[in-house]
Ligand binder design. Structure first.
Ligand code: SAH
Length: 203
């Protein structure tokens, strides 16, 4: 998977490649799809949700430029797979999931794979928490517009990656904060399940 799906497509960050080779993706995939754990695509998670394609997880993590000492927020824990990869790359990971059953399953998989330090919270992660700031924020579901409340949670020098746009035309957007200034860059085309909650799509 690392050689064929990631390196060949241009993922260069050696820490990301090493992290993705360490995290056993099959531990996060529901039993019926486990034989496809290393397929080059998204897989069903139940509850209408999907576990992201390995390449997309790698591309998002590479954009965050993590060096090991960061506090990271993930919105959309899903299976917990991306949270486990982030845990390999940063100092602290908080991951928020709106569907309680998925949060519970992800917690088990994270503990089983040695990522018990990841704090999985249940609730609407699109709100952020006014008391906390993060060096990196990864949104794992597509927002109709850039979630302003999450951009506010970025620490100075922080980076946020979020898929933005309608299902037909999403782009992976990178936001970099320097003091009060933020720079926004649209990159890779992608296809994520919709973000719910206050900053998400109406149900
Ligand atoms: N990173 C995940 C991908 C999960 S798919 C993985 O590696 O498996 C996106 C997830 O975001 C879904 O589980 C969905 O329930 C969740 N989600 C959608 N809107 C949310 C919100 N506002 N707050 C928290 N989680 C949300």
């Amino acid at each position: 998977m690392v050689a064929r799906q990631l390196r060949r497509r241009g993922i260069r960050d050696s820490r990301v490649l090493a992290a993705m080779s360490r995290v056993p993706r099959e531990a996060f995939v529901p039993a019926p799809s486990r034989h496809r754990a290393y397929d080059d695509g998204a897989l069903p998670l139940g509850h209408g949700q999907t576990i992201s394609q390995p390449y997309v997880v790698a591309a998002m993590c590479e954009l965050l430029e993590l060096r090991g000492d960061e506090r990271v927020l993930e919105v959309g824990t899903g299976s917990g797979y991306a949270a486990a990869v982030l845990d390999e790359l940063a100092a602290l990971v908080v991951s928020v999931e709106v569907i309680p059953e998925l949060a519970a399953t992800a917690r088990v998989a994270l503990v089983e794979t040695g990522h018990a330090d990841v704090e999985v919270r249940t609730g609407d992660g699109s709100l952020g928490d006014a008391c906390e700031s993060f060096d990196a924020i990864l949104v794992s579901a597509a927002a109709p517009e850039l979630p302003a409340l999450l951009v506010e949670r970025l620490a100075d020098g922080g980076r946020l990656v979020c898929p933005v746009g309608p299902p037909s035309g999403q782009r992976l957007v990178l936001v970099e904060r320097r003091g009060d200034q933020t720079t926004t860059t649209a990159g890779l085309r992608c296809r994520f399940v919709p973000l719910r909650g206050v900053a998400g799509h109406p149900d």
